[in-house]
Ligand binder design. Sequence first.
Ligand SMILES: *Cc1c(COP(=O)(O)O)cnc(C)c1O
Length: 432
Amino acid sequence: MTDVATTPLTEPTGAVVPSSVPTHWYNLAADLPQPCPPALHPGTREPLGPDDLAPLFPMALILQEVSTERWIEIPQTVREIYALWRPSPLIRAHRLERALGTSAKIFYKYEGVSPAGSHKPNTAVAQAYYNAIEGTTKLTTETGAGQWGASLSFACSLLGLDCEVWQVRASFDAKPYRRFQMETYGGVCHPSPSDLTESGRAMLAADPETTGSLGMAISEAVEVAAGDPKAHYALGSVLNHVLLHQSVIGTEALAQLDEIGETADVVFGCAGGGSNLAGLSFPFIGRNLTANGTTQVVACEPAACPSLTQGEYRYDHGDVAGLTPLLKMHTLGSDFVPPPIHAGGLRYHGMAPMVSHALELGLLEAIAVEQDDAFRAGVEFARAEGMIPAPESTHAVAGAMARARAATTDETILIGLSGNGVLDLPSYSDYV
Ligand SMILES: *Cc1c(COP(=O)(O)O)cnc(C)c1O
């Protein structure tokens, strides 16, 4: 008999996991016609080696970051936790179709059913798991609107890790409910920039009134993790291993559409750092590349922070202080401070290197959506379907609704509904 009380939290519990929960993550790097440009060391500008990343990440994630293996097995403990809300529902938006008077069929893949209310736990759980089995005791991170901080706090509590979060000041002040969510899970949340780190103090000295940015918060979280041998850092988007973990969304959606004899003609996803868009669309892009699929992919970003449609494609830092590796990406510049729009999760100066590379290769396209158009679409969606989309997700809804209104065929449109908006009702209230 095993002693239940002393069984590590990283061990499977023996829970039954439905076979519809994916067994493997899909890695687009295996199928790309040209490899994605590598991350560079911020000092030497040479390609990064595993040892450069070891102060920040566990080795399993570093290996996933550079992997070109097509399928990577999901550990059973992670699948058990996924099964608390996965597979997430794929829903046909019949009432929205009727409201729009469209000939198109509209489906949405709804990630708002996770305990934290968005897609982010798909990677938070995986990252907490690999850190826990390699002996990390604390994870530090940044968060914008708070979804990532809440997701990582959730994952850390299930896997027995401490969690310390730097939240962009504008959201820390405007959206306290996410902080309450983090604290309920046992996480600790500071406004960023803070006076707890050297980089935070420097940013406050430069502008005491700053509303903060994800780039600033990343600098603070990275600094603390790099200075504590038992702590590691976790990033909620942008990096290859994050996009990899999110592939469960698209793998499930492909299977769910197959089961009802449908396929997506076009996929719309919102894009901040690119993780939910990649998670939903990369399995479809993989099918385009390897099995004659013809799915079109449209990234929908906020007009106020338009890295894909307006940014330069070049090497840039992920943070303000320049502590992180140089990534080749579409960027507005690492010192860009986005205006405090409601869709806090889309306020990032750069875009995932894999998503940027896919845009360059013509594997996906991008549009920018104005905030008012996004909220109008979110409200229309909520009134037709009942679900209130997260402010981030409304950008994808707006893109999809414009397409549906113009449709002249019965094409199939798939929307990535990355999260629910129940904790963002003050933003909706401002709009309504
Ligand atoms: C964080 C977040 C986003 C933006 O992040 P991506 O990495 O671009 O997916 C989008 N939607 C929701 C609900 C989020 O929480």
